[in-house]
Design a binder for this molecule. Structure first.
Ligand code: F6R
Length: 607
């Protein structure tokens, strides 16, 4: 969940490293640090908290080295203080690390027995000491690093630098991604191509087990046995454009606005709009033969899965078991003989989702992964990757990844229904056509931002908010509450509207805003009854509905946000946008850190 960078440059690299770290800060922001080699000596600056603290430190005490490594941290081993901040040093070695060294405790004991003294509580520091021990034993830096790498178990992306060598960084990958960037007389390492976008778009991705010797004018890549390997150099097109906020105040705002385009790209990947059929998906199972489908994910991705349960069951008559991955992994669920499993994850690195996937794999169940980050662990470990084409999502709160996940899941549900014969060709065409309209409706909905901002000014004054919905709007109500909680820090609950009277109705009074998500669908009238119950108790209703729903609700609301009438099937994809905007504007009004809310990180690689 951390981000790492390395630069072998021509000019002082610390400002460039900080610039690259800014684009990686979505991965964690508990502390940050930079080390360079200056006149042969290792020097570093580290600071607790966000990068801005490190920037201030560097302004006061600049680093002048033309080679350096940097890190932005999401704390796992050890509290987020300066001592535990990377880079970690051991005599003549400096290391930054993303991932977890699983055998660190054993290695630490071994190194301690050899007299090595640890400064931090991190797992990373063992890497620096291991290399240092190799150097003391007479190995050259490259050999020392290679020998140390062979001792490591777990997941890691590393950048390693040496005292006295101003033309050498060693990068290594086992699990978390690491990219080499090729410049003119300069070379780079970064956790992703985005970090390196302003410097170069010529990228080589390391594969698992690879390690690279990076110098100003040359990069050599080896496998774990030390054999040279060839990895393709790629052009990473437009990445700097993608990570720019453009005219938007926050990445989250930009990502909300990108949705019409990325939903469209994603749908076009799975659907042939001309024939009105789904495209070939190379699935490792046959929907027609499945008795059950298991879906597992965390947070927003889980809620996308929950919405799809309605689709798979309704259109394909395929029963779905949907679970939060942190529960699923320990539940020892018996999996039906003719079952398949889907895992949904933006990052493709979420530890609980990955563990659930591994459980299913051990049970011999065929696995599909719906992921946004290609080459991620979840993608690699599944039988088929079903990508969301959302592009990099930088805001910690998931927005465009969610609607792209829904787009993939909806396409799969159509596919399942067609294969199972629960819909005929005409119906398949109709559903595909409806999906093709989702981007257009999403664009229209974005124009409601002025009204939504006005409602958000009211939400920013309260401490609690209730979200209600039925059917696919119920998981969306939970998603609305999750979005509001995580970025505005206002307590919110998402409830099934019909469940209100079984408890939560006790919360309703004139101070409780109740956001009701209610497209005019088959159960609209039922939701209206639940709204009546709220209105009768003085609750302030904010109704998100369509033109028909607004006409037929017959209820006095505090505000009604009116979307165009649209097919019921695509409503959850489109209704996600006002829900996201409401949370976004509320957070802006509250003055919170929208893109990097407190205590959170973009990819959660720990339990
Ligand atoms: C909420 C949010 C999280 C993630 C969850 C799973 O806005 O972003 O709830 O959805 O941490 O992450 P991925 O999708 O990377 O597995």
């Amino acid at each position: 969940m951390c981000g790492i960078v390395g630069i072998v440059g021509q000019t002082p690299v610390a400002p460039l490293i900080v610039d690259a770290l800014k684009r990686l800060e979505y991965r964690g922001y508990d502390s940050a640090g930079v080390a360079t080699v200056e006149r042969g000596e290792l020097s570093r600056r580290r600071a607790e908290g966000k990068l801005v603290n490190l920037e201030r430190r560097l302004e006061a005490e600049p680093l002048s080295g033309t080679i350096g490594i940097g890190h932005t941290r999401w704390a796992t081993h050890g509290v987020p203080n300066e001592t535990n901040a990377h880079p970690h040093f051991a005599d003549e070695v400096a290391v930054v690390h993303n991932g977890i060294i699983e055998n660190f405790a054993e290695l630490r004991e071994e190194l301690k027995r050899d007299g090595y003294v640890f400064q931090s509580q991190t797992d990373t520091e063992v890497v620096a000491h291991l290399i240092s021990r190799e150097l003391r034993g007479g190995a050259e830096p490259i050999e020392a690093a290679h020998n140390a790498l062979k001792r490591l178990q777990g997941a890691f992306a590393l950048a390693i630098m040496f005292k006295g060598d101003e033309d050498l960084i060693i990068g290594a990958r086992n699990g978390p991604p690491l990219a080499v960037g090729h410049g003119q007389g300069e070379m780079y390492l970064g956790s992703d191509a985005i970090a390196l976008a302003p410097f170069t778009n010529a990228i080589t991705y390391l594969e698992d087990g690879d390690w690279a010797v990076v110098r100003r004018n040359k990069v050599q890549i080896f496998d774990i046995d030390g054999n040279p390997v060839k990895r393709q150099r790629q052009q990473s097109v437009g990445t700097s454009y993608l990570v720019d906020k453009g005219n938007h105040r926050h990445f989250m705002e930009k990502e909300i606005h990108e949705q019409p385009e990325v939903i469209s790209h994603t749908l076009a990947h799975y659907l042939d709009f001309i024939s009105g059929k789904t495209r070939e998906m190379d699935l490792p199972f046959d929907f027609a033969k499945l008795d059950r489908l298991a879906i597992s994910a965390c947070g927003t991705a889980y809620l996308a899965g929950l919405i799809s349960k309605y689709w798979f069951e309704r259109y394909a008559r395929l029963p779905v078991d949907i679970d939060i991955a942190s529960e699923f992994r320990y539940r020892e669920m018996p999996l039906a003989k003719n079952s398949a499993a889907l895992f949904v994850s933006q990052s493709g690195e979420t530890a609980d989702t990955l563990a659930s996937l591994r459980y299913c794999r051990s049970e011999g169940v065929p696995i599909g992964a719906i992921v946004n980050v290609r080459g991620s662990t979840i993608a690699r470990e599944s039988n088929v990757t079903l990508p969301t084409l959302a592009g990099p999502e930088i805001g910690v709160a998931s927005t465009k990844a969610f609607t792209c996940q829904l787009s993939v899941l909806a396409s799969l549900a159509v596919r399942a229904a067609a294969e199972r014969g629960t819909i005929d060709e005409e119906e398949e065409k109709r559903l595909v056509r409806q999906l093709s309209e989702a981007p257009r409706f999403a664009s229209q909905v974005l124009k409601l931002d002025g009204q939504i901002e006005k409602v958000a000014r009211e939400l920013a004054k309260v401490n609690h908010v209730l979200y209600l919905g039925r059917d696919t709007s119920y998981p969306l109500a939970m998603e609305g509450a999750l979005k509001l909680k995580e970025i505005s820090y206002i307590h919110a609950e998402g409830y099934a509207a019909g469940e209100l009277k079984h408890g939560p109705i006790a919360l309703i009074d004139e101070n409780m805003p109740v956001i009701v998500i209610a497209p005019h669908d088959r159960i609209f009238e039922k939701t209206v009854s639940n709204m009546q119950e709220v209105a009768a108790r003085g609750g302030r209703i904010i109704l998100i509905t369509d033109e028909t729903g607004a006409k037929r609700a017959g209820i006095e609301t505090f505000e009604t946000i009116v979307l165009p009438d649209m097919p019921e099937f695509i409503a959850p994809i489109v209704y996600a946008l006002p829900v996201q905007l409401l949370a976004y504007y509320t957070a802006v009004q509250m003055g919170t850190d929208v893109d990097q809310p407190r205590n959170l990180a973009k990819s959660v690689t720990v339990e």
